[in-house]
Design a protein around this ligand. Structure first.
Ligand SMILES: *Cc1c(COP(=O)(O)O)cnc(C)c1O
Length: 468
């Protein structure tokens, strides 16, 4: 399997290089050159298979021999051994034809573990084999940072620098990052928004001397392996509800468009999906673009679902690439308009292509809290605010048919205890792993939103820096 850049001006890579490289040298994102196809019989067979076996079958065509089969199988088994639920990603029925898919049973209680537990092991394996050291830089709206630290803490081949927006993440999220005591972990609390964090990471990748000197590697969802590992649960959940003989619809709380793009990839690989619904909070750039074709960056408003407080949604570029018939010149044009004027407009044909696969809904803050309260009152189940944004969106989009509605439940309610308590009047039960964080000391550096300062901080600390 070859990987190509959405902007058409970076070398084609194999799987091993694509996971180490992260962002393409032309500023684009890597995508597989073709979509592997799974047959209806194969998809049907997933219903009775353990999660790790399905994971192997879905991901194997993307790895395509770049990692030995037995090594890859071990990586999958180890990655999911740390999940607390035997089904790894259990489905919970809420009402007739409505299910939530709990993808948060990994070590940091948000779905980012599903991919990062695999990706961390893959990167470590490749670095070990090459006898190399890398510097991992991560922008996070809250959950990716903790999951990346969990995946790389103590790793002798990589230092990890997490950049999160200062005072815009929940206390649990912050403590999951800042209490890591390993000396290969650095936390930067940036005076800015998540979009600023992400822009800095992209700028560092586009600064070739810095990138090469520090051997930068990225584990944000710009990294193809993140998407790859998330495709799996679209297949496991749909097949266990009757696919390919029954249609499914997914509603996904969306920020950087990585998770829902994995659902789109599952569709490209042969899963019959009626619609993928993009659920946003008030930071609704994706809802607006799907409705109107105009992608326009407005200010970010902090909400109860901070992991979705995003305006510049990186992985949307991967969808745009397909929607424009994989014409990279169109993507270069749109992206240059975005960087010049903070906006672009999608032509009617490309927008039609997007609308064939996607719906979009925006959930207001009151509706999010009301949904948490309603679900608790009717079923005793506590859901987190991100899940609530999607559940509310799915319910308002609800159609009376026999299609199975699957809502992705992306975080454990205890990660956002204040919002849950505000909605239900009760504190969610704190798992001991999370309450233990409140007794540990924290380590982080508050830094200004300035590329030179951030690069200087990383240069001074990273062991991969040749001039150190
Ligand atoms: C990251 C995150 C999201 C958004 O996922 P994207 O892949 O960025 O669209 C939603 N909910 C939670 C809890 C998250 O951590």
């Amino acid at each position: 399997m070859k990987y190509i850049s959405t902007r058409g001006n970076a070398p084609e890579l194999n799987f091993e290089d694509v996971i180490i490289t992260g962002l393409a040298a032309d500023g684009g994102l890597y995508v597989p050159e073709t979509w592997p196809q799974l047959s209806p019989d194969q998809i049907r067979s997933f219903a009775s298979m353990p999660y790790c076996d399905v994971a192997y079958e879905v991901m194997m065509p993307f790895v395509d021999g770049a990692i030995e089969d037995n090594v890859f199988k071990d990586i999958i088994a180890e990655a999911y051994a740390g999940f607390s639920h035997p089904a790894v990603v259990p489905l919970k029925e809420m009402r007739p034809n409505e299910w939530i898919l709990e993808i948060f049973h990994g070590p940091t209680f948000a779905f980012k573990d599903v991919a990062l537990q695999v990706l961390g092991r893959l990167i470590d394996h490749v670095l070990e084999k090459r006898d190399e050291r890398a510097t991992i830089v991560v922008a996070t709206s809250g959950d990716t940072g903790g999951a990346a630290i969990e995946a790389f803490r103590g790793c002798s081949h990589a230092d990890v620098f997490v950049i999160y927006p200062h005072e815009r993440v929940s206390e649990v999220q912050r403590r999951q990052m800042t209490t890591a005591s390993e000396d290969n972990v650095y936390n930067i609390a940036l005076k800015g928004t998540f979009d600023d964090c992400q822009a800095l990471v992209k700028a560092m990748f586009n600064h070739s001397a810095f990138r090469d000197n520090l051997k930068l590697s990225g584990v944000n969802s710009i990294n193809w392996a993140r998407i790859m590992a998330q495709i799996v649960y679209y297949f496991t959940s749909a097949s266990s509800l009757g696919a390919p003989d029954r249609l499914v619809r997914f509603c996904v709380p969306t920020g950087n468009f990585g998770d829902i793009y994995a659902g789109y990839a599952a569709g490209k690989m042969g899963l019959s999906i009626d619609k993928l619904t993009i659920a946003t909070n008030m930071n609704d750039i994706l809802e607006r673009v799907v409705r109107t074709g105009r992608y326009e960056v407005l200010g970010v408003t902090p909400t109860a679902s901070p992991s979705m407080d995003i305006q510049v949604s990186s992985n949307f570029e991967r969808l745009l690439f397909d929607a424009h018939g994989r014409d990279s010149e169109s993507i270069v044009r749109l992206m240059s308009s975005l960087s010049k004027s903070g906006a672009f407009t999608i032509g009617p044909e490309a927008l039609r292509n997007i609308n064939d696969d996607f719906d979009a809904v925006r959930t207001e803050e009151e509706e999010t809290l009301k949904t948490i309260a309603d679900v608790y009152a009717s079923s005793g189940v506590m859901i987190d605010p991100h899940t609530a944004v999607a559940l509310a969106g799915s319910r308002c989009d609800n159609q009376n048919d026999n299609i199975a509605n699957i809502i992705l439940s992306t975080a454990h309610p205890a990660k956002f205890p204040d919002a849950v308590e505000k909605a239900t009047g009760h504190k969610p039960h704190m798992p001991p792993e999370l309450s233990a964080l409140f007794d540990l000391s924290e380590r982080f550096s508050v830094l200004p939103n300035d590329l030179e300062t951030i690069e200087g901080f990383i240069e001074a600390n990273a062991r991969a820096n040749r001039s150190n």
